[in-house]
Design a protein around this ligand. Structure first.
Ligand code: ZN
Ligand code: MN
Length: 488
């Protein structure tokens, strides 16, 4: 039967690196780019007798995430050991949380702008639906293994860094929703300053589980988990593939077995890794080295630090700067672009024009220069100045693109100075009007045809004025003066 005759149930486990200076249970530095195995100590290397000390900041950030997502916090949260043997974990257990995590319940709003561009969901400026969460817990990351042909290398710098795990209920129903869930969650984590949540850098990683059952059947089908998914579009692709694969096997009478598969994005297929794995396989038990966390003080502190959520930000962009909903959506979907916009918008009287530059002109400029907005040499204040230069009639939008080029190589310059260096100055209106009159007098033919209704020819007159002007006036302004003089 067709895939649409099956009910699809999807759940996600998202691991997220918290932006902290130090590791979860010791004072070693967290973060990238250090020589392998230099940020290590007896605690994070699992030496006998070394004792853990809690990272309060990581607990605060996790509680803040919970507050942003409407979770409740149990009064006491505790730590558990998840036992397993592998080279990425020298202690042979991961310190994690099993039955009393920091946050319980809550939900992730799916923003309309978070859906993939080719998705059918088109509801604008709204939360399409919310996805229930099971819980959020805090744990430590494992070391990073790099596999070569016949050997592997291990870097313990990442071992013991704080990792927040956000576990959804089996409440998602499609690959598009899953994409929107990841995108919405990512923006919330960035808004809260909790994580940079860059999936390519592994700061946000997700495992997806999916089961199918025929319509009308109550109990869920066998859960298949897919690991090794490293982008939102890969999660979507993996699900589309896996749903079709399971439907095909079910059609042919092949029962599904609870199992873990590895998604290979290059091959575009999932490969079975192992079957059935349950919590009891890990022999979880309470960690005797760590005292439980009393959450009340953290909740009280973090309630005062609640940041603006993306949907509130979108509303504010619309009301404060008069942005249309589509522009507000685009900016909210890109935190860096949004920050740039807000700084620039505060420095001009025409914030909508700033949004227009950032949304419609900048993408091609950045692509051409192989640059991203974070590294854009033109400061927001200079873009604000550029918008003002156009608004004041000093140059046209297309001329302003030349001014942008000057600013790109001279980021310290003001837009007005850069415009002046190209000969664009505010026209002396007296001199300009005299020139317009001269051009009218010298072209009786053209003027006659324009007056007869051939409005296209007015561009020829504008061109004559432009050619004879120095500095160059704004062509729109010249046309306006021409029309007024001709009584049109
Ligand atoms: Zn350490
Ligand atoms: Mn985990």
């Amino acid at each position: 039967m067709p895939v649409s005759d099956y009910l699809v149930t999807i759940g996600l486990e998202v691991h997220c690196q918290i932006k902290t200076a130090t590791k979860m249970f010791c004072s070693c530095k967290a973060g990238f780019g250090y020589e392998p195995n230099t940020n290590v100590c007896p605690t994070c290397l699992g030496m006998p007798g070394a004792l853990p000390v809690l990272n309060k900041f990581a607990i605060e950030r996790t509680v803040l995430t919970g507050l942003m997502l409407g979770c409740s916090m149990p009064p006491v949260s505790k730590w558990d050991r998840k036992n397993y043997f592998y080279a990425d974990m020298p202690k042979n257990y991961q310190t994690s949380q099993l039955d009393l995590p920091l946050c319980i319940g809550g939900e992730v709003p799916l923003y309309s702008w978070a859906y993939p561009a080719d998705s059918k969901v088109k509801a604008e400026g709204a939360v399409v639906r919310t996805v229930k969460l099971d819980h959020i817990h805090l744990e430590e990351d494992a070391a990073k293994l790099t596999h070569y042909g016949s050997y592997s290398l291990v870097d313990y710098n990442r071992g013991g860094t704080p990792l927040m795990e956000i576990v959804s209920a089996p409440d998602l129903t499609s690959p598009d929703e899953t994409y929107a869930y990841l995108k919405s969650l990512q923006q919330i984590l960035i808004c809260g300053g909790i994580s940079d949540a860059d999936m390519e850098k592994g700061q946000m990683r997700c495992d997806v589980n999916v089961s199918l059952r025929p319509k009308g059947q109550k109990e869920l089908g066998a859960k298949i988990e897919m690991k090794n998914i490293n982008s939102m579009s890969a999660a979507r692709r993996a699900l589309i593939y896996e749903i079709a694969r399971q439907a095909d096997e079910l059609d042919r009478g092949i029962a599904q077995v609870q199992s873990t598969r590895r998604w290979d994005d290059d091959l575009g297929e999932s490969i079975v890794m192992r079957t059935k794995e349950n919590a009891h396989d890990y022999r979880y038990h309470t960690c005797p080295d760590l005292i439980p966390v009393h959450t009340a003080e953290y909740v009280e502190k973090m309630q005062k630090e609640m940041p603006e959520l993306p949907d509130a930000r979108q509303q504010r962009l619309m009301s404060t700067y008069g942005l249309p909903v589509a522009d507000a959506n685009t900016l909210v979907a890109d935190a860096q672009l949004c920050a740039y916009f807000e700084t620039a918008a505060a420095a001009t009287k025409a914030p909508r024009k700033v949004a227009n530059w950032l949304i419609n002109i900048f993408p091609s400029v950045l692509a051409e220069k192989e640059c991203v907005i974070e590294d854009c040499p033109v400061p927001p204040a200079a873009l604000a100045g550029l918008v003002d230069v156009v608004e004041e009639g000093i140059c046209s939008v297309s001329q302003a693109r030349e001014v942008l080029e000057v600013l790109w190589t001279n980021p310290g310059q003001t837009a007005a100075a850069a415009a002046a260096s190209l000969g664009y100055k505010k026209a002396d209106s007296g001199a300009l009007e005299a020139l317009v009159e001269k051009v009218i007098a010298e072209n009786p033919d053209l003027v006659g045809r324009v007056k007869d209704g051939n409005m296209k020819l007015i561009n020829a007159l504008t061109g004559q004025v432009m050619k004879n002007s120095n500095p160059k006036p704004n062509p729109k302004l010249v046309t306006e003066i021409l029309m007024a003089k001709l009584g049109l």
